[in-house]
Design a protein around this ligand. Structure first.
Ligand code: UDX
Ligand code: ADP
Length: 463
């Protein structure tokens, strides 16, 4: 079979960029991205490409080329499902906040809803592709629903996990290290795998497209994220030891990263990892291990999260300790709120948790981020449910100008590694601040020596 019409359910950080690139690279395939969220779809359709709902370098050019040609964004979900031969499921699978598996398991409510909707409206055979990160064996849930509620239509389920990192999504999609496609090992299953291989083959060398059984593919996604997060927690755990000794974590990272068996990536000490995947996927892994009674394995991976929480808390404590053990009514400036540079995504961003710790100590925060809106920042804090929305609004000011944000501030905390921070006029910032002026560089991106020469007291991670 040949894939000709794709419907993608979910126009978020995964579905949006992935479908844009598929449409750009495969002009013969009609790609329709649908979402329940009308505002989001309207933003994807906005004639001003500056207004796309997510910020990703290079994305607007891709959308500009394909949108209206073979790439469409719509809220007509049932129509798009009905017409498509292949359906990608890219809806969110957040960690459960209630009931069994609360705080660990992925909430599959939205996935199940999608499956039921697909079953309801399908009248022709379809390939269903799991794109969202899902716990191992989710495909069997989807299969079961489709089998028992569908009307005799043949569905093939594939797992095609996304490995793109936000901020570099377009490049990652254009030149991925690999594409992974898992499917049933039956004849029909293999045909479906082959159909999807042919889509990716349009722009990705065949040897980079790996095919496996369904469960290996689902588990590989969780494992890849767990390994990456583990590297960050490993280096972060040692950053604390470096702060007590004369070792410097950047030097240690460089020294170990040159070992070709270890490699240089994901060894940057930081205030802690964030993002929609790492924590959620590890919690998921932990939950699955527990379900199978694998206590030691569960505890092993859980430690990666514990170190990450510890690192965020430690960073906040360092600010409080160095500001003479009190931040009460002191203005502290946050540079950055996104969980990493080049994205407007703030899910699980370390900034949220560091802010929360400081707000408990009655600090006043002034935040500047080049891409995150005030509304988003306040929503992130409100979501924690640790104080009222009104209190958050009173204690947190969001500035559009970084220099304004630093006016009369006691300390600056760098929470995101945005490149522009390195180019600021730091003398001008110093002149605006209360003295002694402190900088807590949670990303180790600033030139410590230069800042110290100006007069700042500088604290970086792991030195
Ligand atoms: C991750 C995976 O990289 C990607 O393959 C998967 O599809 C989704 O999850 P993402 O969360 O977008 O991607 O960003 P990533 O670049 O992995 O960074 C995650 C977090 O780790 C960020 O907060 C980042 O700042 C932090 N990090 C990363 C470090 O603190 N140090 C590092 O050395 C690398
Ligand atoms: P991700 O990072 O995985 O892409 P997002 O939260 O950015 O996650 O995007 C998921 C999108 O899926 C959201 O825009 C949400 O509105 C959409 N969505 C969730 N459930 C459904 C559904 N049943 N039908 C259509 N869209 C859905």
């Amino acid at each position: 079979m040949e894939i000709k019409k794709i419907c993608c359910i979910g126009a978020g950080y995964v579905g949006g960029p992935t479908m844009s690139v598929i449409a750009q690279q495969c002009p013969h395939i009609q790609v329709t991205v649908v979402d329940l969220n009308q505002e989001r779809i309207a933003a994807w359709n906005d004639s001003n490409l500056e207004n796309l709902p997510i910020y990703e370098p290079g994305l607007s050019d891709v959308v500009k080329e394909a949108r209206g040609r073979n790439l469409f964004f719509s809220t007509e979900i049932e129509k798009a499902i009905h017409e498509a031969d292949t359906i990608f499921i890219s809806v969110n699978t957040p960690t459960k906040t209630y009931g069994k598996g609360k705080g660990l398991a992925a909430d599959l409510k939205w996935i199940e809803l999608c499956a039921r909707q697909i079953a309801k409206v399908s009248t022709t055979d379809k390939i269903i592709v799991e794109k969202s990160t899902l716990p191992v064996r989710t495909a069997s849930t989807i299969k079961d629903i489709l089998k028992h509620t569908g009307n005799g239509v043949n569905f093939q389920i594939l797992s095609n996990p996304e490995f793109l990192a936000e901020g570099t999504a377009v490049q990652d999609l254009l030149k991925p290290d690999r594409v992974l496609i898992g499917g049933d090992q039956s004849e029909k299953g293999k045909e479906a795998i082959q159909a999807l291989v042919e889509v990716y083959e349009r722009w990705i060398p065949r040897e980079r497209v790996l095919t496996t059984n369904l469960w290996s593919s689902e588990l590989s996604k969780l494992t890849a994220n767990a390994f990456l997060a583990q590297r960050v927690s490993s280096i972060n755990s040692l950053s604390e030891l470096c702060e007590r000794t004369e070792a410097d974590i950047s030097e240690v990272s460089r020294a170990i990263g040159t070992d070709s068996r270890i490699g240089p990536k994901f060894l940057k000490a930081s205030v802690g990892f964030g993002g929609s995947c790492f924590q959620k996927d590890i919690l998921n892994l932990v939950y699955i291990c527990r379900t199978y009674g694998l206590t030691e394995v569960a505890e092993y991976w859980e430690q990666v999260i514990k170190i990450n929480d510890h690192q965020k808390r430690r960073f906040a404590t360092q600010i409080i300790t160095n500001l003479y053990n009190t931040v009460n009514a002191k203005k502290i400036t946050f540079l950055g709120w996104a969980f990493k540079k080049d994205t407007n995504d703030t899910r699980e961003s370390a900034a949220i948790y560091v802010a929360d710790h400081l707000l408990f100590e009655k600090a006043k925060l002034s935040v500047y981020d080049p891409k995150v809106t005030e509304q988003q920042m306040l929503a992130d804090l409100d979501y924690l449910n640790t104080r009222s929305a009104q209190e958050n609004q009173e204690l947190v000011t969001v500035e559009q100008d970084p220099y304004e944000a630093c006016e009369d501030s006691h300390a600056i905390a760098v929470l995101t590694e945005w490149d522009e921070f390195k180019d600021y006029d730091w003398q001008r910032i110093y002149d605006k601040m209360l003295k002694p002026a402190h900088i807590f560089d949670g990303r180790n991106i600033l030139d410590k020596e230069q800042l110290e020469k100006i007069g700042f007291k500088v604290f970086s991670i792991g030195s």
